[in-house]
Design a protein around this ligand. Structure first.
Ligand code: DOR
Length: 449
């Protein structure tokens, strides 16, 4: 019979919408062509997945790749390379670059820079600002845009929208779900005195305290209701916000990060110093356990890494001059697989949090599940592999990870993007072939695809 498939993945346990099934999967022209007991002779390339689980491609919906402007920390090539090595097939990148991504020209500049250099599929957030608030309805629908991001509290970069009037303007212009960094700027400024002189990094969660997060989340929920706009609260860190968000599922979705599910204060600051500093902060174990409970109860919709690289030299500055953020796109899946093996979550929950959840929140077209017609994006995992997070495995330009040396059970062994095997057994294959992610709510790309 004539060959008509580009790739077939044979002999794996495939995570389909009907559950985990022993099946082969065929990809033709970048999309899934068939699932079942298939004839491998019909494919140009055969990938043997015996003993492996074939998951929908992992989507990381919160990364900072620093290009343009801060390429000494990361760039679109190195950041997406780290993603692919960690089993991630698509990323959504944040707007706090330099210049900030607040208009069509800046968004298109990122898309152009990613062409031929991005190892995985990608989309970019438009940052909300007072100067673009009235144009966001148009901006959020540009091809390659995953939506609008609001910084309600200052973090890395200058993007900030914190007064109710501007927030209302932002929320009233557009229809897509808006991603929010939820910390109350007024309280942050009031409390900065606590750490301005001689502050210690262990005080980071005291400066940016529970009330800072809760006050902001209550406020943005109120404004979302008032304006009838759906929101997505990024990197939630407190036990107190989970019930607030559970009571607002009609309008709000919730993200947590692997680092907030793995690390806890005060130990992380004792061990890692300012390398554990991020916004919102890593808090005490009671919050970590509450976030796990929110995962278990289904309140958490998605896991994003908040990959936020800074160089070692920058991180070593005296607190509070040390920048906030840590890399994470490459360790997102290994950490979750390790937690799965420790009984913290099921495979079904992991898939929901790393692919299906992203699709639901952002209305991604053609990704997020293994089904005929969807993109041929897969993350193959060996659930029982025992590995260590090694320095040499890390791809981020920043050259460090808070999880270096950590033993892990469960590992991504292949990353497949639209039928192209981009990583196999910790080796990159071929070149960067990433493309912009498509959404059901954006305008068609000119020239179409
Ligand atoms: O810790 C953080 N770092 N939190 C943010 O919100 C921004 C990020 C960064 O870009 O460095």
């Amino acid at each position: 019979m004539a060959r008509n498939w580009d790739l077939i993945i044979t002999g794996g346990q495939v995570f389909t919408p009907s559950g985990l099934v022993a099946a082969d999967v065929a990809v033709a022209g970048g999309t899934i062509a068939d699932i079942g007991t298939l004839d491998a002779a019909r494919a140009d390339e055969v990938l043997d997945a015996k003993g492996l689980v074939v998951l929908p491609g992992v989507i990381d919906t919160q990364v900072h790749f620093r290009e343009p402007g801060l390429e000494h920390k990361e760039d679109l090539e190195s950041g997406t390379r780290a993603a692919v090595m960690g089993g991630v097939t698509a990323v959504f990148e944040m707007p706090n670059t330099s210049p900030a991504t607040i208009d069509a020209a800046a968004l298109n500049e990122k898309l152009t820079r990613a062409e031929g250099r991005a190892w995985c599929d990608h989309a970019f957030f438009i940052g909300a600002a007072a100067e673009n608030a009235d144009r966001l309805a148009e901006l959020e629908r540009l091809p390659g845009c995953c939506g609008v991001k609001i910084f309600m509290g200052s973090s890395t970069g200058s993007l900030l929208v914190h007064d109710d009037d501007t927030l209302r303007r932002v929320l009233s212009h557009g229809r897509r779900r808006v991603a929010v960094h939820s910390e109350d700027e007024v309280r942050l400024r009031e409390r900065f005195e606590l750490i301005r002189e001689g502050g210690k990094v262990a005080q980071h969660p005291e400066w940016r305290d529970v009330e800072t997060a809760v006050r902001s989340t209550k406020r943005v929920l109120r404004l979302a209701r008032e304006t009838g706009r759906r929101i997505h609260v990024l990197h939630v860190t407190t036990a107190e916000e989970a019930p607030l968000l559970a009571a607002a599922k009609d309008i709000a979705t919730m993200e947590v990060t692997p680092q907030h599910l793995t690390l806890a204060a005060p130990y992380c600051y004792e061990e890692l110093g300012s390398f554990a500093q991020m916004n919102p902060p890593i808090r005490e174990a009671r919050h970590r356990e509450a976030l796990w409970e929110a995962v278990r109860l289904g309140i958490v919709d998605v896991i994003g890494s908040d990959h936020a690289p800074h160089t070692r030299e920058e991180k070593k500055a005296d607190y509070p001059r040390s920048p906030s953020g840590m890399p994470g796109v490459q360790t997102l899946l290994p950490l979750l697989l390790d937690h799965l093996n420790a009984g913290k979550l099921t495979l079904e929950r992991l898939v929901d949090l790393t692919s299906a959840g992203a699709q639901r929140i952002y209305n991604i077209a053609g990704k997020g599940r293994i089904a005929v017609g969807y993109d041929g994006d897969f993350t193959l995992v060996d659930l029982k592999a025992r590995k260590t997070v090694e320095h040499d495995w890390l791809q981020s330009k920043c050259g460090w990870s808070p999880f270096e040396g950590k033993p892990i059970t469960g590992w991504p062994v292949a990353t497949i993007i639209r039928g192209h095997v981009a990583m196999r057994d910790d080796e990159l294959l071929g070149g960067p072939t990433g493309r912009p992610v498509r959404f059901t709510e954006t305008l068609p790309r000119e020239g179409g695809d």
